[in-house]
Design a protein around this ligand. Sequence first.
Ligand code: M6R
Length: 616
Amino acid sequence: MCGIVGYVGPNSSLDVLLAGLSRLEYRGYDSAGVAVIDDAGHIGTRKRAGKLKELLGELEETPLNDGKTGIGHTRWATHGGPNDSNAHPHLGDNGKLALIHNGIIENFSELKQEMLDAGESFTSETDTEVAAIMVGREYRATGDLTESMRRVVARLEGAFTLLIVHEDSPGVVVGARRNSPLVIGLGDGENFLGSDVAAFVGFTRRAMEIGQDQIVTIRPDSVLVTDFDGAAVQNTEYEVAWDASAAEKGGWASFMAKEISEEPEAVANTLRGRIHDGAVTLPELAVLDDVVLAGINRVIVIACGTAAYAGAVGKYAIEKWARVPVEVELSHEFRYRDPILDERTLVVSISQSGETMDTLMAVKYAKASGARVLSICNTQGSTIPRESEAVIYTHAGPEVAVASTKAFVAQITALYLLGLHLAQVRGTLSAEAIAENVEELRAVPEKITEVLEVSKSIGQLAHWMTDTQSVLFLGRHVGYPIAMEGALKLKELAYIHAEGFAAGELKHGPIALIEPGQIVFVVVPSPRDPSSLHPKVVSNIQEIRARGARVIAIAEQGDAAVLPFADEVIPIPLAGSFFEPFLAVVPLHIFSMELAMAKGLDVDQPRNLAKSVTVE
Ligand code: M6R
């Protein structure tokens, strides 16, 4: 939520900031703004409500003197509506200092009153402006930008990443972070700050983490990191595993279309190096060694949104394979209900971004309560992995579209690897059974590629549905979370009311929603499924058909039992029942994207959303 970029070096800071903002825009797009210290030592700012293109238009109409020090911001509004005056940067010290912020300053009302009492005035409704004014006052007192930041962060409560520049300190950007992300990009004679590495990966792939409650001061040739008390700290440098081209559209109509096409690769890359001779190897779990994992008596998966649906798919497999109870809970519900945790509880957090505040808080809580904490994450160097004892990285590559697609299948892959690893350690599956499942996993990427091929016709299906008011999704067993995921995608992209149900639950109430013409997607289990759920779901289809619903079934190739009752059938290749989610979800991702496009909506940046939800 909110993208932040900072630059000091020999080059045009406007070029760096605007390139960074275009890569960070997925974090929020309610407004954008920049502040630059020009070569004459004056600070200039431009900011505009709306997407980055509005700011670009503004810069064209009223150009800004460029310079070599600057900060830039793209906003997801929390305090104060998305208008020009609430856009960042905010100014302090009579306009000589500019500040940008990601997060929420929870005690801003009392601080604002204190500033008003001291004679300061405000031009916005944001919580951020109070920090700008406070740092400006401290700078007047100390003349030291880092010290001013230190004094102010000591008084702030909540979550924040702050960046500041002051025209009397050209060539310096100071940043601070508590519970919100900030990463350093290390260049040659230039340095960068960003909410994530996408901000600067076009300029350097050398990055350095910034820990919790730390302040960083960058100059062209130096980087100094201290804690909030001023003690120097040494952080770890790392190489970003992907280059700038991975975060570009590369000829696709949208990032979402590109990322759906990368679903096979996301699975294959997450498997790479982790399966050998029909068994799973996860060296990254060293801290959670076999003794620890053999001793756990419960797994709690915590996540939000799509990541939570991946967790719900994983629950079925982990329980089946490792014979350990698995609960799946939304991070924000888990955190505030006083859950019972001990050292035999394994908490598994799932997050694409590694920055989701609800999940981060739940991870910290679980750790403090004595549970063992493992994370599944797609973003190297992000906060959640750093707060966890061990991490299984998904290797889906950068996911830019706000709607999560390739990360979802990569998360299920990581959960399945974990489930099989637990089964190995706990001796709950034979070596042959493990090898069979590993083989199924290995075959997934190719099967997703087949689904992508047959799903090309979904666009036509979507085109006649642009006036649809409501769509229902049904599934059972591992198909149930897929129904939920299908509904979430449709809501967030096409702004259509959608609900996912367990098909067995239909007769307990939701069937009352069925009226002639109601569109219902049904994820049909394989007719070969040993649990014999197939005939039950086919009966559900008949029940809704009898009441006039229009049924679109996602069913295994050759499933003749479905044909007479479905209006449309989207065929998926044969796979073991635990592996159907990888295949059934793909047409649903494509459908929501196509329908949103048919309605003329922006599929990469749906309204009111942000990619990385860094506020609670
Ligand atoms: O970065 P995370 O995986 O922690 O994000 C969790 C959710 O915010 C995310 O999956 C969200 O639901 C997506 N917009 C769904 O497409």
